[in-house]
Design a protein around this ligand. Structure first.
Ligand code: FAD
Length: 295
């Protein structure tokens, strides 16, 4: 039997996971496999592969996930979105994953292709919300299902309260766990966790993080995390902005601080967004003291 993320979380010590993107070019293909091989010795609890907006990258998600399952020691989680898929197509993709022995899925609505801030238009025979994708996967019977959570609320949610209620409903549709959008301020994550717990939902919420390695990440913070970069941390980066080496060092140090705080606060795991590079993740991991995990 393939192991599930649910089982890894139930062991009671923090899961470690790494997120990859499907390759688009031959160079991407070479890099993702180099990165996977460099991160494999860290024995993550699972790794996940994102699902593209369309075309060949979607097939690449499926083939990378299959190859991880068959050719590595890693446990893959396949992201799946509802964008531009009818329910019949979603069922067929779900069947393909099941046939390949993939049991861990992250169910997402996805963003409108091209312009993430554009109007979301459901496929005429598709689903409107991720919760319906959770239900489709659950109906299949064999999946361990993750969903997305947003510490700073999803940009389309009318309010924090509505966001929390819809997140809890999505979990109740059959989610086993959630992974957050990346963030740079631990308090945003802790407030989300408190809101969800206050609503009576105990689904484990795994925080995502990505070490800053250049000032470009700081500038893109709002796009990446949905929140302004934390002002006190921004000041520390601005003080060294002209020195790329110092920016990188501060980025790694602040990611270590964030990871250590999250672990102290009892986060159920740490999910590293890698953009298919391993070095920053390895540097942060080298400084974390983690309890031994089952192989
Ligand atoms: P939903 O849960 O459907 O929520 C979307 C909006 O609808 C929210 O505002 C929600 O509050 C609202 N809502 C939900 N249910 C209802 C309801 N019943 N009534 C009214 N409003 C409702 N995108 C990709 O394209 N590929 C990926 O691989 C990918 N991976 C991701 C991984 C993680 C960890 C995260 C956090 C995001 C990822 N995304 C990915 C981005 C994600 O698809 C988008 O952020 C998308 O806009 C929201 O997806 P969702 O699954 O949270 O949607």
């Amino acid at each position: 039997m393939t192991r599930t993320v649910r089982e890894a979380l139930a062991e009671g010590h923090p899961t470690i996971s790494f997120e990859f993107m499907p390759p688009k070019t031959a160079e991407d293909e070479r890099r993702i496999w180099t990165t996977i091989r460099e991160l494999e010795p860290l024995q993550p609890s699972f790794v996940s592969v994102t699902y593209g907006a369309g075309g060949s990258t979607r097939d690449n998600t499926i083939s990378v996930v299959e190859k991880i399952a068959h050719d590595t020691t890693l446990l893959p989680v396949a992201h799946l979105t509802a964008v531009n898929h009818s329910v019949a197509e979603l069922r067929s993709i779900i069947g393909r994953f099941a046939d390949a022995g993939i049991v861990n899925m992250l169910a997402l609505r996805g963003d409108p292709p091209g312009d993430v801030e554009g109007e979301w238009v459901k496929h005429p025979e598709g689903v409107q919300y991720a919760s319906e994708l959770v239900e489709l996967l659950r109906a299949h019977g064999q999946f361990c299902i993750g969903v997305a959570a947003f510490p700073y609320k999803h940009p389309r949610s009318a309010s924090i309260e509505a966001d929390t209620a819809q997140f809890v409903a999505k979990c109740r549709a059959g989610a086993d766990y959630a992974i957050t959008q990346m963030f740079f301020d631990a308090d945003d994550y802790l407030r989300l966790r408190d809101r969800v717990a206050a609503a009576g939902c105990d689904v484990p919420i795994i925080p995502s993080l990505m070490p800053v390695t250049t000032m470009r990440t700081v500038a893109r913070s709002e796009q990446l995390s949905g929140a302004p970069f934390p002002p006190a941390l921004l000041q520390r980066f601005e003080a060294v902005a002209d020195d790329p080496k110092a920016v990188r060092e501060l980025g790694i140090a602040s990611a270590i601080e964030l990871a250590q705080r999250l672990l102290r606060e009892g986060a159920p795991g740490l999910h590293f967004v890698t953009f298919n590079y391993s070095r920053a993740t390895r540097e942060v991991m080298a400084e974390l003291t983690l309890p031994a995990r089952a192989a």
